[in-house]
Design a binder for this molecule. Structure first.
Ligand code: URA
Length: 286
């Protein structure tokens, strides 16, 4: 027998399960052929240029069929990008940027995330780390890299004499958790891009460390696999200044492939050396 008293809890638990598993939109009860849907849309677009009825009368104009508005969708994407750029550009401080991001509705991940995950560490630090996107623990706490991969990152930092609280600033290319911990889509990363760009500009570190392939790709525009790019130094241009940028392996990958920690160790030693060799700009660790 169904207990109606517990029904809302059961529904809530089921919805939580769906979100956890990566289900982020309700579709239909029955399977649906999306290829068929797009074929219909294509046909509608093609027929848009064909007059559907010949009008009568000397001044009558030909009419077009109603079409799904593809250009409207593209305009919306453009507008979202413009809004993101403007919000980010107008933020003069990191707290103002955080507030601006909290008002931004142009990334669908916000709808399923529990918290905005903006940053951790010291905004005055000389080294900034940028990961991919928050996971479950980060989403619950609103702080980046606090789960297992964050704990490994802390140990890696400690091994080269750095502490999270004092020596580094940490953020992600996307500040909301993708459902089911999937990789953010290129659209989600693009929607949030102006914010991480501005965050780097405002933090203005001497060295930027990209953790994992998606971060390398989003910030450095390098499409090669992370096993090829790791350990290499790049230049990140904030528009004001060029910053040395290191590509390295993501701690979550190292948890899955512990043997690769030796490569990460090489990268972190190179980072330690670079910190010692790079003249500090205005930033001084607190
Ligand atoms: N992985 C990331 O890329 N970022 C986090 O904040 C946590 C895990």
């Amino acid at each position: 027998m169904i207990s109606f008293g517990s029904m809302p809890n059961a529904i809530e638990a089921l919805l939580d399960f769906y979100i956890e598993a990566g289900v982020d939109c309700a579709i239909d009860e029955l399977p649906r052929d999306r290829f068929q849907d797009s074929a219909v849309a294509r046909a509608a677009i093609a027929s848009a240029h064909v007059p559907i009825a010949q009008p009568h009368g000397v001044n009558a104009k030909p009419q077009s069929a109603a079409v799904p508005s593809v250009s409207l969708a593209l305009e919306t994407i453009d507008e979202t990008a413009r809004a993101a750029r403007e919000l980010a550009r107008n933020a003069d401080t990191l707290p103002a940027l955080r507030e601006a991001l909290a008002t931004f509705d142009g990334c669908g991940l916000k709808a399923t995330a529990k918290n905005l995950v903006f940053s951790d560490g010291n905004p005055q630090a000389r080294v900034m780390f940028v990961g991919e996107a928050p996971g479950r623990d980060e989403d619950l706490q609103g702080v980046p890299f606090v789960g297992r991969s964050g704990q490994l990152l802390d140990r890696m930092l400690k091994a080269i004499g750095l502490s999270r609280a004092e020596d580094v600033y940490i953020a992600n290319i996307v500040p909301w958790r993708p459902p089911g911990n999937r990789t953010p889509t290129p659209q989600e990363a693009a929607a949030c891009h102006p914010f991480i760009q501005r965050q780097i500009e405002l933090c203005n570190p001497d060295i930027l460390v990209c953790l994992g392939g998606p971060s390398v790709q989003a910030l450095l525009g390098v499409r090669e696999g992370i096993l090829r790019t790791r350990g290499r130094w790049f230049t990140y241009n904030t528009g004001q200044r060029e910053i040395r940028a290191l590509a390295t392996l993501h701690p979550a990958y190292l948890l899955r492939q512990p043997l690769q920690k030796r490569l990460a160790w090489r990268d972190f030693r190179a980072l330690q050396k670079a910190i010692a060799e790079t003249a500090p700009s205005h930033n001084i660790s607190a």
